[in-house]
Design a binder for this molecule. Structure first.
Ligand SMILES: C[S@@+](CC[C@H](N)C(=O)[O-])C[C@H]1O[C@@H](n2cnc3c(N)ncnc32)[C@H](O)[C@@H]1O
Length: 328
């Protein structure tokens, strides 16, 4: 549990949440949210929603889930960053008990502040904030959850880098001691796999995990992730985003590709924009394969994407949100 109330140096930005989450209006959260960020908080891309995870991936996935009639009272996000994913859950899914985790105390403390100060007073909302790895901060608690969301990073850190510096922990992951199946290791989805494993005992029967996974890897690998952990899994939404932090991310994938991992897939952002335009940027999971097939001739490996980026091409990637349901 978050332990201190000390004042943390921070910057602020204002976000029009209705516009950002593609809603007509908001009822449970502030329309003009003021978001406080430390140097280590994953920075919302307020001026370019197509580069932002919550705007382009999380909110549409929550809207798709809300349409199924699901009831989400107890919601947890692993690696919340600025806390915007939790605000989206409060507004779109009407979540009431919010649990957030992230690696750094300053990040978690400000995320908690952002949630509390951007929701309307009087609404019956609780926020539990835990600092640490994945779901370990919840170990001593007795939560039974309806939905766990995660958008964790993928790329193993190299060159003695430290996850404590700046926004490094939003892109890179440390070496892990757990046993990881080969196909998960090869496609660099270790944290998604570990989150799914740790989530299982915390969910009520029929509870869901939504994993946001950059579609830089085969769709079969994404679907197998949930099945490997005992869930009933399918892709809920399939969308795209501009590659954010592009030098670090594409460079990171290129490095691991050279070591025999992947290969990974990127596309010119313009191709993705044109392809997804007619479906307002978000497809149902069932359309994912047909879309991939349609854009396959534009596919670039990480190395090719790095070269394209250097010559001025804006690079993007698809994103699948995997919905994994705990069996009864
Ligand atoms: C790509 S950012 C996503 C932030 C936010 N959920 C969003 O969608 O905008 C990934 C977040 O996961 C956090 N993170 C990375 N590794 C983690 C771990 N092992 N346990 C918990 N959080 C982690 C990072 O610090 C970062 O805030």
């Amino acid at each position: 549990m978050l332990s201190t109330n000390k004042v943390i140096p921070h910057n602020q930005m204002q976000i029009d949440t209705a516009k950002f989450f593609r809603l007509n209006n908001t009822s449970r959260i502030r329309h003009k949210a003021v978001i406080s960020l430390s140097d280590r908080s994953y920075s919302p891309k307020a001026d370019d929603p197509r580069s932002d995870w919550v705007a382009s991936v999380t909110a549409p996935a929550f809207l798709a889930l809300a349409q199924t009639g699901i009831e989400v009272r107890d919601f947890c996000t692993i690696g919340t960053g600025a806390g915007l994913d939790a605000l989206a859950a409060v507004e779109i899914l009407k979540a009431r008990n919010i649990i957030i985790t992230d690696l750094h105390e300053d990040v978690v403390s400000l995320a908690r502040h952002n949630i509390v100060h951007n929701t309307h007073q009087g609404d019956d909302l609780t926020v539990y904030a835990g600092v640490g790895d994945l779901l370990y901060p919840l170990e001593e608690e007795q939560f039974v959850l309806d939905l766990i969301y995660e958008n964790l990073p993928n790329i193993p850190i190299y060159n003695d880098g430290s996850l404590k510096d700046g926004q490094t922990s939003s892109t890179f992951i440390a070496d892990r001691s757990e046993e990881i199946p080969d196909f998960i290791h090869r496609y660099l989805v270790t944290l998604h796999y570990l989150a799914l494993k740790q989530a299982y005992p915390l969910l009520r029967d029929g509870g869901h995990v939504l994993s946001s996974i950059g579609g830089r890897i085969p769709l079969e690998v994404i679907e197998r992730l949930g099945e490997e952990c005992g869930y009933l899994s399918e892709i809920l939404t399939f969308t795209w985003k501009k590659q954010s932090e592009s030098e670090e991310v594409i460079g990171g994938y290129a490095k691991w590709e050279q070591e025999g991992f992947g290969p990974f897939r990127f596309y010119p952002a313009q191709i993705l924009e044109d392809t997804f335009e007619s479906i307002e940027d978000v497809a149902a999971g069932a359309q994912a394969r047909a879309i991939e097939h349609a854009i396959s001739r534009h596919e670039m490996t990480a190395w090719e994407a790095l070269e394209a980026m250097k010559s001025g091409v804006q690079v993007g990637h698809t994103v699948a949100v995997l919905d994994s349901v705990k069996r009864y």
